[in-house]
Design a protein around this ligand. Structure first.
Ligand SMILES: Cc1ncc(COP(=O)(O)O)c(C=O)c1O
Length: 382
């Protein structure tokens, strides 16, 4: 078995060796010009991937912390919100907003189905007045669904309603033009397409959102956006930052900038297509067939195959890590990531092992068909 794991999970994802190495550098103190320089560069790079000239805040938390921070900073108890649910992460916004005492309205679609954009736009027209915020995902990682964020943003642009987007798995994968589209808050995390270790989350904040934040009364302490903004004006942070992960992120974001965001995302999109073609060649059925994110593919476990056994054999016998389904999708689907630092060679190794284990578990396939498709792809190595 190979020594190094091949991580084809949609977060954490593989971290480039130079980025990993920087985590082991001697610690420095954060209230110094040395750290300020790194911090400043990192914020600039984050603005680049978000495509914003506005504020981006960094927290030492996982992505869920950033999701909670948006609810805590932009809303007051009792305000009405609309949550769009196309998977487990949409449902998470429902849970957080309910916990904060919002009046929560929901538009839900079954797992694997795209969000009904027309229904959302119609709802905003007929019942949007008085809504404080709409919550959605750029991509819901539990199903691989991508939502039409641009359309939601444009529909809300001239209203008082904020659009709050969970882009934890969508940033630097699916298009997100924060300023141009008029998104108000977009949240993300370090451990997906941004190719850094887990532990950092981000919130990009629009001018419209800042006006609302100044009036919002939900409780917050660590996740206080206004406090962060005040400190950032002096390149300082309110609390101790996760220095090592910020250093790693600065390096991984520099890689994206060097390749160019568009080229980086185009590579992920080409890999996504190739993976879907390879799965089709194996006779496997995609779980999510429309409006897919370019970051991962959700595929059904074929009848007669034990999904848990499939994933554990891939991991234990080949050191290939793929993800299973979440919640009620457990055992029914598996998810293969192709975002960030994942390249053609990782996927070739992954599909080679997948073919072997599927065959061992009694699934009929022609060995080599999926690998061959991936091998033909050009310009998608990392
Ligand atoms: C779309 C999406 N939102 C939110 C989260 C939550 O992030 P974390 O697990 O880092 O708290 C994830 C993580 O998988 C995600 O994929």
């Amino acid at each position: 078995m190979r020594e190094e794991p091949i991580l084809l999970t949609p977060g954490p994802t593989p971290v480039p060796p130079d980025v990993l190495k920087t985590m082991g550098e001697p610690m420095i103190h954060h209230r110094t010009p040395q750290y300020q320089k790194i911090f400043r560069e990192t914020l600039e790079e984050l603005r680049y991937v978000y495509q914003t000239k506005g504020d981006v805040i960094i927290f030492a938390s996982s992505g869920t912390g950033a999701m909670e921070s948006a609810v805590a900073n932009t809303l007051s108890p009792g305000e009405r919100v609309l949550v769009l649910e196309a998977g487990v992460f949409g449902e998470r916004f429902t849970k957080i907003t309910q916990r904060y005492g919002q009046k929560v309205e929901r538009i839900s679609v079954p797992y694997g189905q795209p969000m009904d954009t027309d229904r959302v736009l119609e709802y905003l027209k007929s019942q949007g007045r008085g809504l404080a915020a709409v919550f959605c995902q750029l991509s819901d990682t539990s199903t691989g669904i991508r939502m039409e964020v641009e359309q939601f943003a444009r529909a809300l642009a001239k209203t008082e309603t904020l659009l709050i987007v969970d882009a934890v798995s969508g940033l630097a994968v699916d298009p997100l033009k924060f300023d141009e589209w008029g998104v108000d808050v977009a949240l993300s995390g370090s451990q997906k397409a941004l190719m850094a270790p887990p532990g950092l989350s981000f919130a990009a904040v629009s001018e419209k959102a800042w006006r609302k934040i100044k009036l919002a009364r939900n409780p917050r302490f660590y996740f206080d956006y206004l406090l962060a903004k005040e400190c950032y004006a002096q390149w300082d942070t309110p609390f101790t930052p996760a220095i090592s992960i910020v250093r790693a992120l600065a390096l991984s974001l520099a890689r994206i900038q060097k390749e160019g965001l568009e080229a980086f995302m185009a590579r992920e999109a080409r890999l996504a297509e190739a993976v879907r073609e390879a799965l089709g060649a194996l006779g496997l059925e995609l779980f999510t067939k429309e409006s897919q994110t370019a970051g991962l593919t959700a595929v059904q476990i074929p009848k007669g195959v034990d999904g848990a056994k499939l994933l554990s054999r891939l991991m234990n016998e080949f050191n290939i890590w793929m993800a299973g389904g979440q919640g009620s999708m457990k055992g029914k689907i598996m998810r293969i990531a192709h975002m960030g630092y994942i390249g053609k060679d990782d996927l070739i190794a992954g599909f080679d092992a997948l073919e072997t284990v599927l065959g061992d578990l009694g699934y009929k396939l022609k060995k080599g068909v999926s690998k061959e498709i991936l091998e033909q792809q050009q310009g998608v190595s990392r």
